[in-house]
Design a protein around this ligand. Structure first.
Ligand code: FAD
Length: 475
């Protein structure tokens, strides 16, 4: 058949995994093509994920902080919300970053073929070109011949089949569009994405209910961390309904009427102006005809890979959300680098000791390595060092001393194996814990490291001291 483009490395999808893989491939000197259906690079993370959510969370955290200034003797008037301008701000942040990526692709001579790609065999992808907006298919097709391919097609929000089609029932992408500020909003799913969006909308003025099937919010985090978030946010939401699921929804003239089932279900159906479904994400592995290239895709759409990110087909790699949990941008980026280096023939492996998670809520909740709950369930002997922010000069000066920093050490070696932080800026602070875990630091290394005073970061050193970091020789 006819071939329109030739390359050494084809990268399917331009999210954090895809662009990282493509840029590393090009930097290694390989002729690289990205196939991406949307008009901009950056995938979910930059366009409808990490970045727009953080732009809005920054705005709402300033709004919340301003309210606390009254007790400092400073008062501000009630906020006036120009929603078009707020949306514009968020869009400008996205544009700056996706524009930056386009420039970086150009500088590296990475060609971008815009369209929906599908494998024809283990050396060809057919691309149905999209129009300039990236939304519509044009029917025109081009074929790319490649030596190696890196699949980075990402994931999509899970849909709940019983929900009707209605513009007032949205996923995270719809919620980030910020079309209006609903009076009453339901968030289905109490994971990180649901809670971040609930934080944004509640500060903007929505009255929010959260329904979660499990017995706790923020799955994956230790309960002691999550409890601090929950206590701090006690007044923020109308109802947090644990062990409760949305069972039925009907479109009514005055809103979406939802019937709940479960332990904390309200007896009466509730009516909402906006329903956000945030119940998880599903990989796009089944939509790319990977089977025609011989690549095995499991029934859920995940593609399994070895430590070099190689699929069962030797010249085809896969990275990011579609190779499994955790579905996070920083994991995708590192996997992208490994895949590109392995495609080049280097002996690179994905061998992370830890992948951090952060809920950018208020307060933030961040954790890395093993949690206490994992230690317990895996029977790992551990000891912990905990530093309450109520004893941190900086946290008190900031008026935000509800948090704590917790480090988890192997009881035998005293090396750090995990850590969790809840409090303002926890997501930034966890980076030191990540480095300590990767470096195999023990409690003394961390406890004897001089941290600047007065900072929130000191809490990491002090938590280590609280365990064994005051010793010169560990027992
Ligand atoms: P994606 O980012 O999903 O990109 C895949 C790309 O492939 C897309 O651009 C898609 O258009 C393209 N594509 C798919 N199929 C085809 C095809 N057949 N042909 C052509 N192109 C195709 N993670 C964090 O680490 N931190 C956060 O704060 C964070 N916040 C989030 C907030 C929200 C609201 C959401 C939804 C997600 C968030 N995530 C966050 C998760 C993060 O966005 C993902 O883990 C990350 O984007 C995954 O990167 P990826 O490269 O695997 O794929």
């Amino acid at each position: 058949g006819k071939v329109d483009h030739e390359c050494e490395v084809l990268v399917l999808g331009a999210g954090p995994g895809g662009y990282s893989a493509a840029f590393r491939s090009a930097d290694l000197g390989m002729n690289t093509i990205i196939v991406e259906r949307y008009a901009t690079l950056g995938g979910v993370c930059l366009n409808v994920g990490c970045i727009p959510s953080k732009a809005l969370l920054h705005t709402t955290s300033v709004m919340d902080e301003v309210k606390t200034m009254a007790k400092h003797g400073i008062t501000f008037g009630a906020p006036k919300i120009e929603i078009d301008q707020l949306r514009g701000y968020k869009d400008s942040v996205i544009a700056k970053l996706t524009g930056g990526l386009a420039g970086m692709a150009k500088a590296r001579k990475v060609k971008v073929v815009r369209g929906l790609g599908r494998f024809l065999d283990a050396n060809h992808v057919e691309v149905e070109l999209t129009d300039g907006t990236g939304q519509d298919l044009t029917g025109k097709k081009e074929v790319v011949h490649f030596q190696k391919a890196i699949i980075a097609a990402g994931s999509q929000p899970v849909k709940l089949p019983f929900l009707p089609e209605d513009p007032r029932i949205v996923d995270s992408t719809g919620a980030l569009l910020l079309k209006s500020i609903p009076k009453r909003m339901l968030v289905i799913g109490g994971g990180i994405i649901g809670l971040e969006m609930a934080t944004v909308y509640s500060t903007l003025g929505s009255r929010i209910d959260i329904a979660e099937m499990m017995d706790g919010l923020m799955a994956g985090a230790d309960r002691d961390l999550e409890k601090v978030w929950e206590k701090f946010n006690a007044g923020r939401f109308e109802k947090i309904m644990l062990k409760t699921r949305a069972a039925k929804a009907e479109v009514k003239p005055d809103g979406i009427q939802v019937t709940f089932e479960g332990e904390n279900a309200p007896a009466e159906p509730q009516t909402y102006d906006l329903v956000l479904v945030a119940v998880g994400r599903t990989p796009n592995g089944k939509k790319i005809d990977a089977g025609l290239a011989g690549v095995q895709v499991d029934e859920r759409g995940f593609i399994s890979v070895d430590k070099q990110m190689r699929t069962n087909v030797p010249n085809i790699f896969a990275i990011g959300d579609l190779v499994g949990q955790p579905m996070l941008a920083h994991k995708a980026v590192h996997e992208g680098h490994v895949a590109a280096e392995a495609a080049f023939g280097e002996k690179s492996y994905f061998d992370a000791k830890q992948i951090p998670s952060v809920a950018y809520t208020d307060p933030e909740v961040a954790w890395a390595g093993l949690t206490e709950e994992q230690c317990k369930s895996q029977g790992i002997a551990y000891e912990k060092g905990l530093f309450p922010w109520a004893a941190s000069g900086r946290a008190i000066a900031n008026g935000r001393d509800e948090g704590f920093t917790k480090l988890i050490f192997d009881a035998n070696t005293h090396r750090i194996i995990g850590g969790g932080i809840v409090g303002t800026h926890a997501g930034d602070l966890i980076g030191e814990v990540c480095l300590a875990i990767e470096m195999g630091a023990d409690a003394v290394d961390i406890g004897k490291t001089i941290h600047p005073h007065p900072t929130l970061g000191e809490s990491v050193g002090l938590a280590a001291e609280a365990a064994h970091g005051h010793c010169t020789d560990l027992p």
